[in-house]
Design a protein around this ligand. Structure first.
Ligand SMILES: *Cc1c(COP(=O)(O)O)cnc(C)c1O
Length: 390
């Protein structure tokens, strides 16, 4: 049976594992050598060449999960993103970038690309017209991220492919939020998938890593640049990431289920003004999300009503921790205004629809009833303090 015929759980548990031929152990051995023989070998191995046995094996798992020919594992999500962009852009080129993207990717573009004479334009929205109006004769890349942070807005992937294919533009998606469990952009013709493996692939808030999946030709091109920039991942962490990814489908599906139930519960709560979850029928992009996603992720955002102080609410939570990152098995919550979107002006935040009372919730795998009681007791505490009637 070829690995591309396996279901996703089987790919997670088996594809890209290394057989322990010596001792017949159940899991991949870890090869930590940074020095390999060079005579009588078919490839010269070296950790910065992304080709140690563990690096290569894990890249196969990522490629299989994204239904692509090849993959590469990086030292962080930003290493994956920066190396990929620089492999496809040179002085005089132009890139079209979706309006709201991850802050680190935004900073990389704004701070680094102008030094290299690479131009880019952010779209004003998510429609075909918004993208088309920014395309120029020298556009080489369209870069998207869907669902986007924090409002979980959805970009239509078939529309992006249509624009790109007609014009010979390469499409790149940051597929971190969806994870390959919920979305395979390659099914819709997207060329290159980049991931922060720090999030759902790692899933336990203890690994920093990145990954890219694409055709062999695209991966070769990224590798050619990446070996010079040197953003590979240590074999120790590669091994840990392989271990984490074995349970990715199980974890993410549990997070999907919890998030959907909590989104529905929050949507009915009197102290909640609005919930943003693509799995809810009232989300503006629910129909596109249904077309291109198998599940709606463990990420959601909600806006408290004006009279509730978001900080008082968050600090009243006991089980759900305030924390910067996302996608761990433990639930966490943050204020975009104070973290990811703190550097934007209040006017820009308002333009993007990010209210002061907006909270981004990364839903974990805890029992739904415990998450609901934690939210409920925090609502009761702030309502009492602020004399708001429930
Ligand atoms: C975290 C994140 C990144 C950056 O990944 P690092 O591993 O922190 O470098 C990129 N994109 C998205 C959507 C992220 O959430």
């Amino acid at each position: 049976m070829k690995s591309n015929e396996f279901g996703m759980n089987t790919v997670c548990t088996h594809t890209g594992g290394i057989e322990d031929e010596q001792f017949k152990g159940a899991v991949s051995p870890i090869y930590t050598s940074s020095s390999y023989a060079y005579e009588d070998v078919d490839i010269k191995r070296y950790p910065r060449y992304f080709n140690t046995p563990n690096q290569e094996a894990l890249a196969k798992k990522v490629a299989a999960l994204e239904k692509c020919e090849a993959g590469l594992i990086f030292g962080s999500g930003m290493a994956a993103i920066s190396h990929t962009l620089l492999a496809f852009l040179k002085t005089g080129d132009h890139m079209v970038v979706q309006k709201t993207i991850y802050g680190g990717a935004f900073n990389f573009m704004v701070e680094e690309l102008p030094k290299l004479g690479i131009e880019f334009d952010f779209t004003d929205g998510f429609s075909e017209e918004d993208f088309l109006s920014k395309v120029k004769p020298n556009t080489k890349i369209i870069y998207v991220e869907t669902p986007s942070n924090p409002l979980m807005l959805i970009t239509d992937l078939e529309m992006i492919t249509r624009i790109c294919k007609e014009r010979g533009i390469t499409s790149i998606i940051d597929n971190t939020f969806a994870s390959p469990v919920n979305q395979n952009p390659a099914d819709f013709g997207i060329d290159i998938m980049v991931h922060s493996a720090t999030k759902y692939m790692g899933g336990h808030s203890d690994i920093c890593a990145g990954a890219v999946a694409a055709s062999q030709e695209h991966i070769d091109r990224i590798w050619n640049l990446a070996k010079n920039f040197g953003g590979s991942l240590s074999d120790y962490t590669v091994w840990l990431l392989e271990r984490s990814m074995k349970t990715m489908v199980v974890r993410v599906k549990a997070q999907n289920r919890n998030a959907k139930k909590l989104a529905k519960w929050l949507d009915k709560h009197p102290l909640v003004h609005k919930v943003y979850y693509p799995g809810l029928k009232n989300h503006p992009d629910h129909d596109i999300a249904k077309r291109q996603m198998r599940g709606f992720t463990g990420m959601l955002s909600f806006e408290l009503i004006d009279s509730i102080d978001p900080d008082a609410f968050m600090s009243s939570l006991k089980l759900i921790k305030q924390s910067m990152s996302l996608a761990g098995v433990e639930s966490s919550i943050l204020s975009p205004v104070k973290t990811s979107h703190a550097l934007l002006t209040p006017e820009e935040r308002q333009r993007q629809g990010i209210a002061d009372g907006l909270l981004r919730f990364s839903v974990g795998i805890e029992d739904k009833k415990d998450l609901i009681s934690d939210l409920e007791q925090a609502f009761e505490t702030v309502a009492k303090k602020q004399l708001v009637t429930l």
